[in-house]
Write a protein that binds this ligand. Structure first.
Ligand code: NAD
Length: 474
């Protein structure tokens, strides 16, 4: 897992940490990465020392907790015990200690304005300050103003004028069960890679990259929504629709209250970004790996990374120089090698870079599964140029008669004699034929989320059981 910003959507519970550019970082000890911190926060360990109790903290009490092993910090009226986080803080312990036992809001805003500390430090929450530093707001009133595009200037921290035909805006709609937040970027060429959505509990946040700025929607939702959501982009007009599912089918009077930097456009240079993005390691080469199963030098990990030129971070990754650092976590995943036991038919459905998990599966299946009779890879891409490792795949299929490869293009630009279109019932029933009625089968599927979801539905319609399907999700 690379510690780099997403080219697609981080999962709803993901951490997206953005910090001001050029901020210095200290080397973290082994086992103290962001992923390790996330793991610790999910372990159920009592990180506050209060066994889950939330308390009201007076200023006097706060001041007492000013040591490394007993360090409380107040951010925007909420008090966190940051001692457990000390060793995980990329800026180092000393940086955190600057706010020990005090209100660190100002310092935090200077350094970490964008960090989603509410979710990051959720398990460290001690409680509220007894006297709240923040002024209470009439949220309903504010919401109306936001929706009317009249949020008072004082509450908006963006430096750009909120006017002119090209300034982004948003609106919301609802049905009985859904809430749609529509972002009008007013820019062509906006794609899924240009947006990060994160929502946790009632806090909803969407960052859209618009040229050299980030447009931020940041709202405390008025009602609860489910964890999963979907996002659509109408590229031709630059409209993004984020569809949230209501927990209860009631009508909402208002969307929610604005949170920090809501409805603002922030220059990107202010915001270095640090986001966890999963990548599946591949082999150095499909063919050599197949010929020589033992890696000549096991100190390399190979990733196949598609650079989205209008994307949030992959262009940055593209600019990395030899000697630059990228944090990599230990591996994660839920694919069990036992699925291959006694396997006879293996079907691989890959779309775009969703091919990456198939690389090692292909290598392993063709070399280590004696029972295997047939492997079929159906590889969906937009154009011929998008087909990753085409010639290696063709050579591999030529060498090993158990392997069939079918390329399917959804938007061929030149003359193309092969299959065209998207994943469909007709295509799957044509290709996914079991060797024998009762042969042991596994279908692996990976690609853009709508592709994978649709594929799994179609496979179930074709009577593949849940055990016979493995879908890879980022
Ligand atoms: P792409 O946009 O180039 O699309 C490739 C093909 O996917 C298209 O030709 C089409 O056949 C199909 N497709 C795309 N959108 C579809 C839709 N809405 N409905 C049905 N089919 C659709 O793909 P890309 O840019 O290479 O993106 C690959 C995706 O795979 C990314 O979202 C990436 O996150 C995901 N991925 C996941 C993993 C994993 O979970 N382990 C690994 C690698 C890639």
């Amino acid at each position: 897992m690379l510690n780099v910003p997403s080219q697609s959507f981080p999962a709803p519970r993901s951490q997206q940490r953005v910090a001001s550019g050029g901020r210095s970082k200290v080397p973290l000890k082994q086992g103290r990465s962001l992923m390790d911190w996330i793991r610790l926060t999910k372990s159920g360990k009592d990180l506050t020392g209060l066994k889950g109790r939330l308390i009201e903290v007076t200023e006097e009490e706060l001041k007492k907790h000013n040591k490394k092993d007993d360090c409380w910090i107040c951010i925007r009226g909420f008090v966190y015990n940051v001692s457990p986080y000390m060793e995980y803080h990329p800026g180092g312990e000393d940086e955190l200690m600057r706010a020990a036992g005090s209100d660190g809001t100002e310092l935090f805003d200077q350094v970490h304005r964008w960090v989603n500390y509410e979710s990051m430090l959720k398990e460290c929450l001690v409680g509220r300050m007894a006297i709240k530093p923040a002024v209470l707001k009439d949220y309903r009133e504010e919401e109306k103003k936001v929706l009317n595009g009249m949020l008072p200037k004082s509450q908006v921290t963006d430096t750009r004028a909120k006017e002119g035909p090209s300034y982004p805006s948003y609106d919301w709609f609802q049905t009985n069960s859904l809430v749609t937040i529509a972002i009008y970027t007013k820019q062509k060429g906006i794609n899924l890679d240009s947006i990060i959505v994160d929502h946790q509990d009632d806090s909803f946040r969407a960052e859209t990259i618009i040229k050299d700025c980030l447009y931020l929607i940041h709202i405390g939702l008025s009602h609860e929504v489910q964890e999963d959501f979907s996002v659509r982009v109408v590229e031709s007009v630059g409209k993004i629709e984020i569809v949230l599912k209501k927990k209860e089918n009631t009508s909402w009077d208002f969307l929610g209250h604005p949170l920090e930097n809501h409805n603002s456009l922030i220059p990107r240079k202010d915001t270095g970004t640090e986001i966890v993005k999963p990548y599946t390691p591949v082999s150095g080469s499909l063919l050599s790996e197949f010929k020589e199963p033992v890696l000549p030098n096991n100190k390399y990990i190979y990733f196949l990374i598609k650079i989205y030129h209008t994307g949030l971070f992959t262009p940055e990754l593209d600019r990395l120089q030899i000697g630059d650092f990228v944090s990599v976590s230990s591996p994660e995943g839920n694919f069990k090698i036992s699925k291959f036991q006694e396997l006879e038919d293996l079907f691989l459905l890959a779309a775009g870079t969703g091919f990456t998990p198939m690389v090692k599966i292909l290598n392993y299946a063709l070399t280590d599964i004696p029972s295997l009779r047939k492997v079929k890879l159906i590889f969906f891409n937009k154009t011929e140029d998008d087909i990753i490792w085409r010639s290696q795949l063709e050579k591999l299929a030529f060498k090993d008669k158990r392997l069939d490869v079918e390329f399917v293009l959804s938007a061929p630009i030149s003359e193309w004699n092969g299959k065209q279109g998207h994943i469909s019932p007709a295509l799957l029933s044509e290709f996914l034929k079991r060797n024998l009625d009762k042969s042991k089968v596994l279908v692996c599927i990976c690609g853009p989320v709508p592709f994978t979801e649709q594929g799994v539905r179609l496979l179930q319609d074709l009577n593949f059981s849940k055990n016979e399907i493995h879908s890879f999700t980022a």
